[in-house]
Design a protein around this ligand. Structure first.
Ligand SMILES: [Fe+2]
Length: 498
């Protein structure tokens, strides 16, 4: 029988500092309206998108350099090859690492593979029994609070607007998940020792969970989460600081090859949310991730990834500056642009940025980003077992399979890998406050959340010091080899939080 987690039987009082207790009485900063995951996807919500204002054509003109033509040609040539390689490899294009290797040390070859793909599967570490117990606990929690539970689709919830269940708290503070996060953050670096980030200090970012049932009809085929990147759309070009993360790509010629997606320094001041959308991740989140609570394979409603990070990012950044001049009709009568570089020319007059919408996430499809050949190059995550972890870089293009044709549920807890920064420390203070009240986390749709739920998690559920640090419930320690910036940010974070 599975161990069942219930909060009431496991409570043991722990001391919360007086300051923390005071914080718990204050109101939280999030005043976002209620909503669901549908609000952030232009293709999921029913609003008719407004065309981009003319000023966005000016933005293109401001960023344009003639040397970008050469970059475009090079990127298209490389893409052509890489798509073939991934289409051949399929699931093997997504790197995997055994949790035991994380403990022993991952080889430089494997690290290079992970960095190139921008994604990784961590096998083992969390036992199947633990992961299945988390799912059982969630099922009991939602059953006990049924009239109050929110999510998507509203009439048959499978993406749950839950942040504060005991299962989520337990998973977020699990030693093996923390160890995986430490490894993933170690793949990043700073280009200045003064940068205010501690890549050796993971913090928890509360996200939601999914328990997806096999499709009884084609509803998901209509409303699936198509290819996209998290963290802003037009902001990639419009926000001066976010644009700096991609400055080599916009320099022209071969400079795009120097793009370093693992440099944390330019990310720290980047704004991903200029238009105040609900559901957008406002923090610096280097890796999004989930931990599986089911045995789920391709075709069973799982994650799909485009495992070529820098190349896809380079294409995405260059794409708005070009338009096709030649279209080809296929046998079924459909018209599609030629993919030949010679058939594309600069276009600085059109204010549209393909796949971007103000206040929405950046989406990609065969029309907006044809050279990615998403139908061939996106691959479904191979079969995962309960407890396996999957992570993808914040710039990695991903999707959720539109259909679930399996027999069992396809279930995950969203748990990313996030380091301590100044912004993230302030966010953590607000998140902690939301946690103490049972509200949704600050980045997410608001409302009363789980504040009236019975059996939700509390600080008393967090049993380890490492776990309490992750949630901002205990002061951070400074690692011996911390950079100047890391020392400063830990010092400041402790002042903010305690
Ligand atoms: Fe996403």
């Amino acid at each position: 029988m599975l161990p069942v987690l219930t909060r009431s039987s496991r409570l043991r009082p722990i001391l919360i500092s007086r300051h923390l207790a005071t914080v718990a009485q204050a109101s939280i900063s999030s005043s976002k309206p209620e909503g669901s995951i549908a609000d952030v996807f232009a293709s999921l919500s029913d609003t008719n998108a407004e065309p981009f204002p003319a000023r966005f054509a000016d933005l293109k003109k401001k960023l344009w350099k003639d040397e970008l033509l050469e970059s475009w040609r090079q990127v298209l040539a490389d893409l052509n090859q890489e798509v073939e390689i991934i289409a051949q490899k399929q699931q093997e294009a997504i790197p995997e690492v055994a949790y035991s290797d994380l403990e022993k040390g991952v080889s430089p070859e494997k690290i290079a593979e992970i960095k190139k793909a921008g994604s990784v599967i961590v096998r083992g570490g969390v036992s199947k029994a633990e992961a299945l117990a988390w799912k059982q606990s969630v099922i009991e929690y939602t059953a006990a609070n049924k009239p109050l539970v929110r999510g998507f689709p509203a009439d048959d919830i499978q993406f749950f607007e839950l942040y504060n269940s005991v299962a989520q708290s337990s998973a977020r503070t699990h030693r093996s998940i923390l160890r995986a996060q430490e490894f993933l953050l170690s793949l990043w670096h700073t280009s200045s020792p003064a940068s205010l980030v501690s890549l050796k200090t993971p913090i928890s970012y509360f996200d939601r969970l999914r328990i997806r049932n096999p499709d009884l009809n084609d509803e998901w085929a209509v409303r699936g989460l198509g290819p996209h990147i998290d963290g802003g759309s037009i902001e990639h070009w419009e926000d001066h600081n976010l644009r700096k993360c991609f400055k080599e790509i916009l320099e022209g010629g071969s400079s795009w090859r120097l793009h370093d997606p693992y440099d944390a320094t330019p990310r720290l001041d980047a704004k991903h949310d200029l238009y105040g959308a609900p559901n957008k991740c406002s923090i610096f989140r280097p890796w999004q991730g989930w931990t599986s609570m089911s045995t789920t394979g391709p075709g069973e409603g799982t994650l799909r990834l485009l495992p070529m990070l820098s190349l896809a990012t380079s294409y995405m950044m260059l794409r708005p500056f070009f338009k096709p001049t030649r279209f080809i009709s296929s046998a079924d009568g459909k018209r599609a642009p030629s993919l030949e570089a010679d058939d594309w020319v600069p276009d600085l007059e059109d204010p549209e940025f393909p796949g971007s919408r103000l206040g929405k996430t950046q989406e990609m499809n065969v029309d907006t980003h044809p050279h990615l050949q998403l139908a061939r190059a996106m691959v479904s995550v191979p079969t995962v077992e309960p407890g396996d972890q999957v992570y993808w870089h914040c710039d990695c293009i991903h999707a959720v399979e539109s259909q679930h044709k399996g027999k069992g549920d396809s279930s995950v807890l969203y748990i990313p890998a996030v380091p301590l920064t100044m912004y993230n420390a302030r966010y953590l203070a607000n998140q902690r406050n939301a946690f103490l009240h049972g509200y949704p986390s600050p980045d997410f749709p608001g409302g009363e959340g789980e504040s009236r739920f019975t059996g939700r998690a509390t600080p008393e559920d967090i049993k380890t010091l490492a776990g309490r640090r992750l949630l901002g419930l205990a002061p951070f320690e400074t690692p011996a080899d911390a950079t100047e910036g890391a020392r400063k940010v830990i010092e400041e974070a402790n002042k903010i939080l305690f």
